[in-house]
Write a protein that binds this ligand. Structure first.
Ligand code: ADP
Ligand code: MG
Length: 722
């Protein structure tokens, strides 16, 4: 490939227009129709009605909706918006929006800007082209979007177009959820109800609502846009299907938390500016482990808002990259042989007074409550590890999980030494109640300090307690976090109810009842606790002995969504009906099949139309060189080096050609299978393995062929941004 050195930032023609420095506090949230704006623009009673609707899940009457719509329209027009859009999250995993102009004919050659309460509250996008897993038969293509009042409307600017985006849920005519937001909202309700009940049982009568909070740490890669567009695998599937790792990868460990290059930090600055305008609390940024890998983490927020904001973050990372002539890769494993990208999802529960229920308290009572919520979560993971695993099962994430940089497919819980010790003692009966004296004796009161200590950390665990929250680390970087979050909320709600029932059944002194129940429970669930190295082979063996599920591939893992246990659970908590859950399972399977086939076809195209022609050119050059040298020096000359090179190259061409053909035949065979589950498993077992084999041949060839004629950008070129 003909090299052109990527330009450094100062050579580029993008102009940094900042005339003067404006503190973030002056523009933070300016592009959102926030509570502050509503308070300012709405009549007092309207504002109160909308707050009540959000906080107490009440409906909004038509008249109020009209007033809000009017204010929202005026605000949006001031911001330059010409259109409004119901912004929703279909099962594709990304977001969708249908734009409508505010301008409405009001007579010949006349328009008025109009926006009614009805248009704000409900939309009717044509839903027929979104995945529905068979829920929505083609004759009933209508889908409805419904305004989600708990997430603020915002302004999106794209080039010179400006749109008011209204976060919405997306449902079918019959009320079936067609999106990722609806079940998350339902799971928020479920966990709140169960947690409030538990708190009441433990003597806390004041709490009305409990929130689940999410703090997703988003990893991503950046490469020069010029390289990106030269690779159809990156453009179409987000992952380099061929490419040998560079001579220098991440072994020097000089990238992690290293100083950020100018071009990248300018990019990060622009990303954050956009996010701040949208009220997304982007907090930390740093280099990640792999070259050209980075992370952005916002401050945690209530789950629904955090999930919307994560979608906005992913969109913003991509759109701002273009302005810097960069491509942002959110794929879980864009470059084989180099660390992949995850999205650690930090999860906790807090009450309506802002108390974190997973924060070990200072009083005996707080500690009892903490232990109950902690153990309920551990129990949930133990009972439903398969559901959590299914919630992160995608084709892309399979490349990363278990690849010695990310947790394995075995879902276990890390609690750290001290907490594990406390649980042991509760189980043994040496801690049987939570009096002040014993708490001090047993050091429980120092929990917050000790367990938050960074030395007691385990980076290899898929589900780790980190002081006052759990960190679910198996989530993939490109995934919507709604699925994992709603799974967590639902399984923990169930565990809280289960424990509450046991505690109630014991009766008598509440603290004593709690400890007796926990004692028995710990014994049953402790197999899921593991503080060691989750990447090791020994753990895989040990986990097998403990009977923990180890669903290594997505097709197998996805079955966890449609077990009787899962169907009953999600239905009981009114998060997903059986129809909805089954349709989701099917959508995920179909997505797996599509993702895999797209990659396989890309690989085929790259091999046949780029790699083989380049190799043949070089082969021909070598052959003529041999013949011409012989001619020049006389027939007796041997030329062993050239001959060996020629032989190796033609062998590899043959292997690549043959393996490619085999892959295409196997895909055809799989496509003939009707059952989606079987088809996905077949592709996984037969095609994926062959694709890996083919890749090895291509990567071997890459280092043999003249660099000048290699047809796709190499890893070393792409991964070291200047
Ligand atoms: P780490 O050491 O894992 O990077 P941080 O303290 O930096 O941990 O937090 C990482 C993420 O966890 C951030 O998004 C942060 O806002 C979030 N987080 C912190 N506390 C909570 C909490 N109580 N609930 C949910 N997320 C939280
Ligand atoms: Mg973290």
């Amino acid at each position: 490939m003909k090299k052109t050195r990527p330009m450094i930032a100062s050579e580029r023609n993008y102009v940094i227009e900042k005339e003067k420095f404006v503190p973030v506090s002056e523009y933070y949230g300016e592009d959102t129709f926030s509570n502050r704006v509503m308070k300012e623009k709405l009549p007092k009673d309207t504002y109160k009605k909308i707050m009540d609707a959000v906080n107490e899940d009440k409906n909004l009457d038509e008249r109020t909706a009209d007033i809000v719509a009017q204010a929202m329209k005026e605000w949006a027009l001031e911001k330059g918006a010409t259109h409004f859009a119901h912004w929703f999250q279909p099962m594709t995993g990304t977001t969708a929006e249908k734009h409508d102009a505010f301008a409405d004919p009001a007579g010949p050659c006349e328009v008025l800007e109009r926006f009614s309460g009805k248009q704000l509250v409900q939309g009717e996008p044509d839903a027929s082209s979104f995945p529905s897993g068979g829920v929505r038969a083609t004759f009933e293509a209508r889908g409805y979007t419904a305004w989600d009042m708990s997430s603020p409307a915002f302004i999106r600017r794209n080039g010179i177009s400006t749109t008011l985006c209204i976060p919405t849920a997306f449902i079918s005519f019959t009320g079936v959820a067609l999106d990722k937001k609806t079940p998350l909202l339902r799971s928020n309700k479920a966990i709140s109800k169960s947690a409030v009940n538990m708190l009441r049982l433990l003597g806390n009568k004041n709490v009305k609502k409990v929130y689940s909070n999410l703090g997703p740490e988003q990893e991503y890669f950046l490469i020069d846009m010029d390289y990106f567009y030269k690779r159809q695998d990156l453009v179409l599937g987000g992952r380099a299907v061929v490419g040998a790792p560079p001579a220098k990868g991440q072994e020097l460990e000089d990238q992690y938390f290293g100083s950020i290059k100018e071009r990248v930090s300018s990019y990060m600055h622009d990303v954050e500016e956009e996010l701040f305008k949208l009220g997304v609390p982007a907090k930390t940024r740093h280099n990640e482990v792999a070259p050209s890998q980075f992370e952005i983490a916002p401050v945690y927020e209530e789950a629904n808002l955090a999930a919307d904001h994560n979608q906005i973050i992913m969109d913003t990372l991509k759109s701002v990259a273009k302005k810097h002539n960069l491509a942002c890769l959110l794929h879980e494993k864009p470059f084989a042989g180099i660390n992949g990208s995850g999205k650690h999802v930090n999860w906790s529960l807090s009450d309506d007074k802002g108390n974190n229920l997973l924060n070990p308290g200072k009083t005996p009572h707080d500690n009892v409550s903490f232990l109950v919520f902690l153990i309920a979560t551990v129990r949930a993971v133990y009972k439903h590890a398969d559901i959590l695993r299914a919630s992160v099962a995608t084709y892309a994430n399979d490349h990363r999980l278990g690849a010695n940089e990310a947790p394995p497919a075995i879902i276990s819980v890390f609690l750290g030494k001290q907490l594990t010790g406390i649980l042991d003692n509760i189980e043994k009966g040496t801690i049987a109640k939570a009096t002040n004296a014993e708490i001090i004796d047993l050091d429980i009161s120092s929990l917050p300090i000790v367990s938050k200590d960074n030395t007691d950390r385990n980076r290899t665990s898929p589900f780790a307690f980190t002081g006052n929250k759990f960190e679910f680390r198996a989530v993939g970087s490109s995934q919507s976090i709604n699925g994992p979050a709603l799974a967590l909320n639902t399984i923990v709600a169930e565990s809280l109810d289960y424990l509450a029932e046991k505690i109630r059944a014991r009766g008598g002194n509440i603290n004593q009842a709690v400890f007796e129940v926990l004692r028995k429970e710990i014994g049953e669930i402790k197999a899921v606790l593991f503080n060691g190295d989750n990447y090791s082979r020994e753990w895989e063996i040990e986990a097998g002995k403990r009977g923990l599920p180890n669903n290594k591939t997505a097709p197998v893992a996805l079955k966890g969504l449609v077990t009787d246990k899962a169907l009953a659970l999600f239905e009981k908590y009114e998060v997903l009906s059986n129809v909805e859950l089954r349709s989701r399972y099917l959508i995920h399977l179909e997505r797996y099949i599509n993702d895999l086939e797209i990659e396989a076809k890309c690989l085929n195209n790259i091999c046949v139309s780029q790699i083989i022609p380049a190799a043949v050119t070089y082969q021909q050059r070598l052959a003529s060189a041999i013949n011409e040298t012989k001619e020049a020096l006389g027939g007796a000359v041997v030329l062993p080096a050239e001959k060996e090179m020629l032989k190796n190259i033609s062998d590899l061409i043959n292997k690549i050609y043959a393996t490619n053909k085999e892959i295409m035949a196997k895909i055809e065979a799989a496509d003939a299978v009707d059952d989606e589950q079987k088809k996905a498993e077949m592709l996984c077992a037969k095609v994926k393995t062959k694709m890996n084999e083919l890749r090895e041949y291509v990567d071997e060839l890459e280092v043999l062929v003249d660099e000048e004629i290699w047809p796709v950008p190499k890893f070393w070129e792409m991964l070291f941004i200047s």
